[in-house]
Design a protein around this ligand. Structure first.
Ligand code: NAD
Length: 364
């Protein structure tokens, strides 16, 4: 069966790492027809908008997209093209695996975590009121009356909301992921001791959902304690599920534990559409230099293959990337002990090494 995947080259170094990843995915033998679409800066130049209808229709139709990083500060009228994409397709789950890879310098040894972050709600929903606006005065007055409290007049306000529906679907996602991927435990992370209603709701819903998955262990942790434990005893944890704000911070912490953002894949998944990407940005200063490391996007490609039901191909791709990295020879500058090591290879040559590792032929 031929899969159809929307391919978004992205900005800066995006097109180079996307091309490297496309070639590596094709070398697994899985048949894919790539529907190439521009979103972001490239789309503004060609179509006058960062979100051309044709690109959005393609993602909606194909349901799976592989995306290069998008530059944010565009003056597009969007706070962030990435955030707008999440909202457009209701990509409520941010999946961020973090696993120690031999050959990647990392501060701690044995990490194998999967972070599941809620992507839509919480303090990041964008409900904010700025100083000096009539809306702020109105909201402050309403809150002061309802909460029988006072808020300083020189305070801006941001609203945190967490819903039952939003919590239920993200916790279910975490348990379903754990089940489908042979994981043993889900840990819900919160601050319900202080935020009794919003985080309290998240924790209550998590406990209710956990009862329906008796085959998977469940526990909860308070977010500050979780951070400390992740640094000291990461091996105690497996799948973590968190509301948006904590998920944002803890997923970067987990990426740091395994060697930084440059090696970490991610996916934004909704009930209809899934978009796979690297965690790092478009590194524009290295654009068109065949220099940066494509492994984070390649690992996202491996997640994508698994998501499409091509589990074996996903595992093979991941193993081949790890083999090349642990060997340490055909790797990009960032994975060498010295950053100016002249034996470092380029983006494209790293892909060649991964392809050869899978038994594939590299075309000059
Ligand atoms: P960045 O991740 O693009 O780059 C920071 C530095 O990290 C680079 O200068 C480089 O030294 C290193 N780096 C990043 N990726 C690397 C790779 N693959 N290989 C080797 N080294 C790598 O972060 P930034 O400079 O803060 O952001 C640049 C742009 O990307 C901004 O517009 C930002 O908003 C955007 N961004 C997009 C995404 C996304 O699309 N998901 C994520 C983060 C940032």
């Amino acid at each position: 069966m031929t899969h159809v995947v929307t391919l978004i080259p992205g900005d800066g170094t995006g097109p180079e790492i996307v091309e490297a990843t496309r070639r590596a995915i094709e070398a697994t033998g899985v048949e894919i027809r790539w529907d190439v679409q521009d979103i972001g800066t490239a789309a503004i130049e060609k179509h006058g908008t960062p979100f051309p209808q044709a690109a959005l229709d393609s993602v909606r139709r194909n349901k799976v997209a592989l995306k290069g990083p998008l530059t944010t500060e565009l003056g597009t009228g969007f706070r962030s093209v990435n955030v707008a994409l999440r909202k457009e397709f209701d990509l409520y789950a941010n999946l961020r695996p973090a696993r120690t890879i031999k050959g990647v310098r990392a501060p701690v040894g044995d990490v194998d975590l999967v972070i599941v972050r809620e992507n839509i709600e919480d303090l990041y929903a964008g409900i904010e009121f700025d100083l000096g606006t009539p809306e702020l005065a109105e909201v402050r007055a309403a809150i002061e009356k309802a909460a029988r409290t006072t808020i300083r007049h020189d305070a801006a306000i941001a609203i945190k909301y967490i819903s039952e529906m939003g919590s239920k679907r993200i916790v279910e996602f975490a348990f379903d992921y754990a089940r489908a991927n042979g994981r043993r435990k889900v840990t819900a992370v919160h601050k319900a001791n202080i935020m009794k209603f919003a985080d309290g709701l998240f924790l209550r819903v998590a406990r209710e959902v956990a009862e329906r998955y008796p085959d998977i262990e469940f526990e909860d942790r308070i977010v500050d304690n979780m951070c400390m434990q992740l640094v000291q005893k990461p091996d105690l944890y497996d799948v973590l599920v968190l509301p948006n704000l904590y998920g944002d911070i803890v997923s970067d912490l987990a990426a740091g534990l395994v060697g930084g953002l440059g090696v970490a894949p991610g996916a934004n998944i909704g009930s209809e559409v899934a978009v796979f990407e690297a965690i790092h940005g478009s590194a524009p200063k290295y654009a068109r230099q065949n220099k940066v490391n494509p492994m984070a996007l390649m690992l996202a490609g491996s997640l994508m293959l698994r998501h499409m039901g091509e589990r074996k191909a996903g595992e093979r791709l991941e193993r081949s990337i790890e083999d090349v990295v642990s060997e340490g020879r055909d790797v990009t500058y960032d994975l060498k002990a010295e950053r100016d090591d002249p034996t470092a290879v380029g983006t494209s040559e790293f892909a060649d090494a991964v392809i050869r590792r899978m038994g594939g032929r590299v075309h000059a």
